[in-house]
Design a protein around this ligand. Structure first.
Ligand code: AMP
Ligand code: MG
Length: 518
């Protein structure tokens, strides 16, 4: 196994003079050198062929015995220089100070095809200076969820970090899953995730909070040079355009979430990628019976700050925190305000794009926004499964008057009866609107097929794979990954993966609600 590394992040940005995991405040530095802590029995549980190809690895590399040792943290390849990143963040609206990678250790920046850079990062590889009171490890269940969802989101076409591998550690990790005073050991695992960079809004917030303008400047220059090269070296105008593009990317990312029914669950500013990638898969979830107020995160059950329907507003709030942190780099605030305004415009475009595509229209007119909002209201009142409903909407034209494609989208007969008449009325208006649109029936069907997935990573599907993996059978992870590689295609014989939430999953932990324990 050979990977070419070029660790520009370490080379170009100031680091912590001390290495090793001693817990500390780290000033004036973007990183601390720290090695993964070896585990007793690293073994490969799953891997992603598409992610491996990005860094030039194939099935033979992955099958070799050193693969699990390297991606379990027991060995290093030439060129690796492991580090933990330093950053702060607002957690649930409050400034939390220094956070940093408490259990993520980056191994190096792999060079892929056409000069692409992929930072390879182990999650759960042991303590770092940023571990605070915790153990630096991750349990199998949360690692399976991060591994699968990273790849599922990529195949859905939503910007995201990627996942290369899932390695079991052979060690127990003690967690109090329900935070009810009953800690127990669970199997441990390590995901290797990949992104061009894992810098987040919090990476800027921390130096800004400390008045460290020099580090703010260097982070910004580094990011532009390596990740927004067309904007590098253009002074304040370049900085302004860069921030505006971060705003736009963030808007399109969240629109991707809204299109497929994804709820991130912990949109703290330390979990917001500067590249507009979905990052840090924790207590996320997928909307089933449609509800804009739903959050899967039990830790957020009271305030519901991070519920499905408010994700665009939260993204905007997070961007305003980033703008405040960048203020020392600007003579006036106007360019930052202009950047934030670009979020609004990008969101409007992205939202219209998703409305048009989900409804099978060439363009979204103002009246279509109302049509879509009325549908959302009906789906909520009728407790209708979001994914099943939209898929059926794209298919029922071909089925003629037959409403059978919708049947499985309902969870509750009374709720269904309550909206039946209004829904029929809505379908009639939708039909009339489609006929007043340039797309023909075939184009319409294809547009809707590619906007409305058949398969999403419903929490209970992940949980089934986790239950099996905890019994020592990782085949369920591989099969589920394979399903999620083609979410818009019909996959005969895989109806189970496209089904509505079964009754057993309604209240089971890990299926409807999740804690942050991971
Ligand atoms: P998260 O909510 O997962 O984004 O984590 C917030 C902060 O807590 C980050 O600084 C993490 O690195 C840190 N953290 C979470 N779990 C652990 C753990 N088991 N060990 C060390 N640090 C952790
Ligand atoms: Mg995080």
């Amino acid at each position: 196994m050979q990977i070419q590394f070029d660790n520009a992040f370490l080379r170009e940005l100031p680091g912590d003079p001390e290495s090793g995991p001693r817990i500390r405040e780290v000033e004036a530095a973007a990183w601390s050198r720290v090695d993964p802590a070896p585990v007793s029995a690293p073994h490969l549980l799953a891997w992603s062929p598409e992610a491996a190809a990005l860094v030039g690895l194939d099935a033979a590399d992955v099958a070799a015995p050193d693969f699990a040792r390297v991606f379990g943290g027991n060995a290093q390849l030439p060129g690796m220089q492991p580090w933990a990143g330093n950053y702060g963040g607002h957690q649930f609206g409050s400034w939390a100070g220094q956070l940093g990678d408490g259990r993520a250790i980056s191994l190096g920046e792999a060079l892929g095809a056409q000069g692409a850079r992929w930072e390879l990062q182990l999650k759960g590889a042991g303590r770092t200076p940023y571990s605070r009171f915790a153990d630096g490890r991750a349990v199998l269940r949360s690692s399976v969820r991060e591994f699968l969802c990273s790849e599922a989101m990529h195949h859905l076409g939503v910007p995201t970090t990627r996942a290369l591998s899932l390695v079991g550690t052979g060690e127990g990790v003690v967690r109090d899953m329900f935070y009810d005073g009953h800690p127990r050991p669970e199997p441990g695992a390590i995901v290797c995730r990949m992104a061009p960079t894992f810098l987040r809004f919090g990476s800027w917030q921390l130096p800004a909070a400390r008045g460290d303008v020099a580090l703010l400047r260097r982070l910004t220059d580094y990011t532009q040079r390596y990740h927004f090269p067309e904007l590098a070296g253009q002074g304040e105008a370049g900085d302004a355009e860069w921030f505006a593009q971060v705003c736009e990317r963030t808007a399109w990312m969240v629109a991707g979430w809204m299109r497929v029914g994804f709820v991130h669950g912990v949109m703290n500013t330390d979990n917001m990628s500067i590249l507009g990638l979905t990052i840090d898969y924790g207590p996320y979830g997928w909307v089933e019976d449609y509800d804009p107020d739903w959050t899967p995160n039990t830790t957020d059950a009271q305030g519901r700050r991070y519920r499905f329907g408010t994700q665009p507003q939260v993204a905007y709030w997070n961007l305003t925190r980033l703008a405040q942190s960048l203020a020392p780099l600007f003579k006036e605030v106007a360019p930052l305000e202009a950047g934030l305004a670009r979020f609004g415009r990008a969101w409007d475009l992205a939202h219209r794009d998703l409305v048009a595509r989900k409804l099978g229209l060439a363009h979204c007119r103002d009246e279509d926004l109302r049509l879509f909002a009325e549908l959302q209201q009906l789906l909520q009142e009728g407790q209708v499964d979001m994914t099943l409903f939209f898929r059926a909407l794209g298919e029922h034209e071909a089925a003629g008057a037959d409403r059978a494609p919708f049947a499985e989208a309902f969870y509750d007969a009374d709720a269904r009866a309550g909206i039946e008449a209004s829904l029929l009325g809505w379908l009639k208006r939708h039909r009339a609107r489609q006929l007043d649109d340039p797309l023909d029936a075939e184009q319409r069907r294809e547009t809707m097929r590619l906007a409305n997935p058949r398969y999403v990573l419903r929490n209970w599907l992940a949980q089934e794979a986790i239950d099996r993996a905890e019994q020592g059978d990782s085949a369920g992870i591989t099969e589920l990954l394979d399903v999620m590689r083609r979410p818009y295609e019909e996959q005969p014989g895989r109806g189970h993966y496209a089904g509505a939430r079964p009754e057993w999953a309604r209240h089971r932990a890990g299926c409807s609600m999740l804690s942050c324990s991971s």
